[in-house]
Design a protein around this ligand. Structure first.
Ligand code: ZN
Length: 157
C-alpha cells in the first residue's frame, strides 16, 4: 500500500492509497484518479509527497534520492519507521472515522454495491463495508475507485 499526496490541475491537494506505484500510474493514466473536491482527473503527485512503500523495493540498491521527495521504509531507521507507522495508523483511523460518520455502511455487500454505483445501476453515494481479496481484485479490474483500510475490525451483525 502506498499513500500518495496528489494535486489536481486546480491545485487541490488530497491523499489516496494505491496498491503500488504501478496501480497509481495505471489509474491516473486511465483517468480513474479523481480530485475529491472538483472531480478533475488531471491529477499529479504533489511536490514533496512522501511515498510509503512496505515490503521489498526493487530499487533498494539505489542510493536514496531526496530530490524527488520520495523515500521508502526500508531505508529509514527504526524510530523513523515507527513514527511513520504510527502516522499511517492515525491516518487510517481518521479515514475510518470519516467513513463511519459520512458514508453508508453496506457491510458485506460492499463489492456488489460499489459495482452497481460504478455502473450507474443505483444511486451514487459514498459507501463503506467489507470486501474479500477476490472482490477487491474484481473492483480494481472494473476500475472502481475505493480505498482499502488495513486491519478493519470485524463487526458483529
Ligand atoms: Zn480539484
Amino acid at each position: 500500500m502506498i499513500l500518495y499526496q496528489l494535486s489536481c490541475d486546480d491545485e487541490h491537494t488530497f491523499e489516496a492509497w494505491f496498491r503500488d506505484s504501478g496501480a497509481y500510474d495505471e489509474q491516473a493514466k486511465n483517468g480513474h484518479v479523481e480530485c475529491p473536491y472538483c472531480g478533475s482527473t488531471k491529477v499529479a503527485k504533489a511536490p514533496m509527497a512522501p511515498r510509503i512503500v512496505s515490503g521489498v523495493s526493487d530499487r533498494a540498491a539505489e542510493p536514496t534520492s531526496s530530490s524527488d521527495g520520495e523515500w521508502d521504509i526500508n531505508k529509514m531507521d527504526q524510530n523513523r519507521a515507527q513514527e511513520v507507522a504510527q502516522k499511517i495508523l492515525d491516518a487510517v483511523g481518521n479515514i475510518r472515522e470519516y467513513a463511519e460518520k459520512n458514508l453508508e455502511n453496506v457491510g458485506d455487500e460492499f463489492a456488489e454495491e460499489a459495482l452497481k454505483i460504478h455502473h450507474g445501476e443505483t444511486q451514487e453515494r459514498g459507501i463503506y463495508g467489507r470486501a474479500s481479496e477476490d472482490e477487491a481484485r474484481e473492483l480494481e479490474k472494473e476500475g472502481v475507485q475505493f480505498v482499502r483500510l488495513p486491519g478493519t475490525p470485524r463487526r458483529n451483525g
